[in-house]
Ligand binder design. Structure first.
Ligand code: GUN
Length: 283
């Protein structure tokens, strides 16, 4: 039987409509949520992502500011800009698009952002809060995956969830959020032995490896929910996920398309984090 392809467009537009309603309610109380995005350098893919983030913000009725800095910008100048944004009451979320040029320390930049405005949830304070289950932002991509699972009505508690990938942005926080939802969680990575044996035990399989079409039907238990976080540009110019969609289609129970599901849901979570940051200041 063929898997149900998760309708990302429908989930995302319903979610964004809810966010917009809450933005309008907050505006009625005199607060317009504001997001500042900082991008350094000319990476074309990063510029596309940043444009999409700013556009989504405006469509949700939020204020957005994009700071495009040249590749050679000294780190001190970026830090100075972040200091100004930290002090700016009209800005509730600050996001510095990565990757940054090599002469700039991602660590110093992330640590300079006020944790209350860290809508990526990359600041060590927020990473720590996530670990101990404290209220606050969750990183956008893994938070989006949890919302997708909830929207399609998949029970997470008690299920075996396998995450492939251990990055700080996706794999590790993904495991933590699944654990928070009471899944039994296994994390696989490049040194994992007999990976297929492990992934075939997964009720929920999250692929976040960054290698096109690496996951095929031999990795998937029949009926499993397969969430593809990967977005890889092929030599042909087409986009492909980490999952070989066509190969897995007859084995999985549910599967996300790439593009059009996890990507737009990630931006939706950025809107949610910015909104919630603004709501906290309005209390
Ligand atoms: N580069 C790729 N993904 C992300 C993200 O989620 N946040 C930031 N700041 N940079 C990114």
């Amino acid at each position: 039987m063929s898997a149900q392809v998760i309708n990302g467009k429908e989930i995302v537009s319903a979610y964004r409509a809810e966010i917009k309603e809450q933005v309008d309610a907050l505006k009625d109380r005199g607060v317009q949520p504001g997001l500042a995005v900082v991008i350094v350098g000319d990476d074309p893919a990063s510029h596309v992502y940043v444009r999409n983030k700013a556009k989504a913000c405006e469509e949700a009725g939020m204020h957005s500011e994009v700071y495009k800095l040249p590749e050679a910008t000294p780190e001190a100048e970026v830090l100075e800009l972040i200091g100004k944004l930290n002090a700016d009451a009209s800005i509730h979320g600050i996001l510095v698009q990565s990757p940054l040029p090599k002469h700039i320390s991602e660590e110093r930049i992330v640590e300079s952002i006020d944790p209350l405005k860290d809508v990526d949830c990359f600041h060590p304070v927020n990473v720590g809060n996530l670990m101990i289950g404290k209220e606050g932002p969750a990183p956008c991509t893994p938070a989006g995956v949890i919302e997708i699972l909830k929207k399609i009505g998949v029970e997470i508690a008690g299920k075996h969830a396998v995450v492939i990938g251990r990055s700080n942005i996706v794999g590790k926080p993904m495991a933590m959020l699944l654990l928070r939802e009471h899944a039994t969680v296994t994390v696989c990575h490049s040194r994992t032995q007999n990976m297929e044996e492990i992934t075939r035990q997964a009720d929920i399989l999250v692929a976040a490896v960054g290698r096109p079409k690496m996951i095929n039907r031999s990795h998937v238990k029949p009926g499993a929910v397969v969430i593809d976080v990967g977005i890889n540009r092929l030599e042909t110019g087409k986009l492909a996920g980490d999952v070989d969609f066509d190969d897995v289609l007859d084995t999985a129970g549910w599967i996300t398309p790439v593009p059009g599901c996890v990507g737009p849901m990630t931006i939706t979570m950025l809107l949610r984090n910015t909104l919630e940051s603004a709501q906290r200041t309005a209390h």
